[in-house]
Design a protein around this ligand. Structure first.
Ligand SMILES: Cc1cc2nc3c(=O)[nH]c(=O)nc-3n(C[C@H](O)[C@H](O)[C@H](O)COP(=O)(O)O)c2cc1C
Length: 174
């Protein structure tokens, strides 16, 4: 994703009864997206298929959340994560994503699948958005990406240690 990506600050919403779905290959390239995905992100299917999933990455997303996401799914584990995504026109939308590995008949992981629902507004505004703002600020304090990620991971580890729960329980308990 380009560094000078445009954001408008305008939030977009989808319905409580809707699910935003996408699937990827093992490298995170989009292999499927549903109509809700295309409608809210403002892309055509042609523009998405085969593209890396970071085409909808929003600069306000902490790197360490994607690090957790990939760590889980590459370990064949599911993950729930709050994510703010960027629409093609620079608007944004918040989701609670449930990302899972897809396994074939031989038990091999052949790709990944994400189902996203409308997140709870109180959790978003009370906990997640302020936490992500702190994590992003920490990541940006470092000139080097790797150092930034290391530092925000430590922040997350500190929060989880303080609460005495792993990430999954922390998210489920919000
Ligand atoms: C199934 C699946 C769904 C994903 N969904 C999103 C998403 O909705 N938004 C997003 O920014 N990244 C999503 N990602 C993560 C991206 O692959 C990528 O790690 C992230 O955008 C960070 O990109 P960057 O490394 O270029 O910063 C998803 C990955 C997978 C495997």
């Amino acid at each position: 994703m380009a560094k000078d990506v445009i954001v408008t600050g305008v939030e977009q919403f989808f319905g409580d009864d809707e699910i935003i779905v996408s699937k990827t290959d093992l490298k995170g390239r989009i292999t499927y997206c549903n109509d809700v995905f295309l409608r809210i992100a403002g892309y055509t299917e042609k523009e998405c298929l085969g593209e890396p999933h970071n085409i909808i990455r929003h600069p306000d997303m902490p790197r360490c959340v994607f690090d957790l996401l990939w760590g889980h799914i590459q370990d064949r584990r599911e993950i729930f994560a709050y994510v703010v995504n960027r629409c093609k026109n620079g608007d944004h939308y918040w989701v609670l994503a449930h990302v899972t590995p897809s396994v074939d008949n031989n038990g091999d992981v052949v790709g990944y699948h994400s189902n996203r629902r409308v997140p709870d507004r109180n959790i978003l505004e009370g906990v997640v958005a302020p936490l992500y703002a702190d994590l992003v600020a920490e990541e940006r304090r470092h000139a080097n990406r790797k150092d930034g990620l290391h530092s925000s991971r430590e922040m997350v580890a500190g929060i989880l240690q303080e609460r005495g729960v792993p990430y999954d329980e922390f998210i489920a308990g919000l």
